[in-house]
Ligand binder design. Structure first.
Ligand SMILES: Cc1cc2nc3c(=O)[nH]c(=O)nc-3n(C[C@H](O)[C@H](O)[C@H](O)COP(=O)(O)O)c2cc1C
Length: 164
């Protein structure tokens, strides 16, 4: 069984989840940035990760899934600055699942990831009040994903692997 873990990550948060998933997989495996992956051919399972950007999947993740994941076994992992149980998060995650609708979705994980200082400052200048309110809540996100969340990511990877 050959497993790919591929991610898009602007500030390293989704990358840290990718690394946690990668380290908990036994056997033949590869860890790559999403833009280094031409095709999912040859992989029996692909963990694909990216952040939520503006209330939906990062464009890079969405387009990758729409163009390259059809018919493939895929497990998604997503990070976002909002707490996992915040109202509205499920709708953003549904858009991620929708982007993977042509794939065979065998697992789904999401967790909070720190909003970087540079991005929070940019969001504070946005015309969109929701974006500004994200910027104001940076302090609540600092240090995420923490060890508890990374441990959940490792368990998620093992569960997906055990299922297949
Ligand atoms: C332009 C922009 C828009 C974002 N929009 C959202 C959002 O709508 N909801 C949210 O929870 N987080 C949002 N975030 C925060 C990121 O999803 C979060 O910080 C993520 O963990 C970053 O992952 P990365 O370090 O792998 O890029 C946004 C970040 C950026 C840069």
């Amino acid at each position: 069984m050959k497993v790919l873990v591929a991610y898009f990550s602007q500030t390293g948060k989704t990358k840290s989840v990718a690394e946690a998933i990668f380290e908990s997989i036994d056997g033949e495996k590869e860890l790559k940035k999403l833009d280094e992956v031409d095709s999912l051919e040859g992989y029996d399972l692909s963990f694909i990760g990216f952040p939520i950007i503006a209330f939906g999947p990062a464009k890079e993740g969405k387009e990758f899934l729409e163009q390259k994941a059809a018919g493939k076994k895929v497990a998604l992992f997503i990070t976002h600055a909002a707490p996992e149980d915040q109202e509205g998060v499920e709708a953003w995650l549904d858009k991620c699942r929708e982007a993977a609708s042509s794939a065979e979705l065998v697992g789904f994980f999401h967790c909070q990831g720190e909003l970087s200082e540079a991005i929070a400052n940019a969001l504070l200048k946005s015309d969109n009040p929701m974006m500004r309110s994200f910027g104001e809540r940076r302090s609540e996100t600092i240090g995420q994903p923490d060890e508890t969340r990374l441990q959940r990511a490792r368990e998620f990877a093992r569960e997906v692997m055990d299922k297949l």
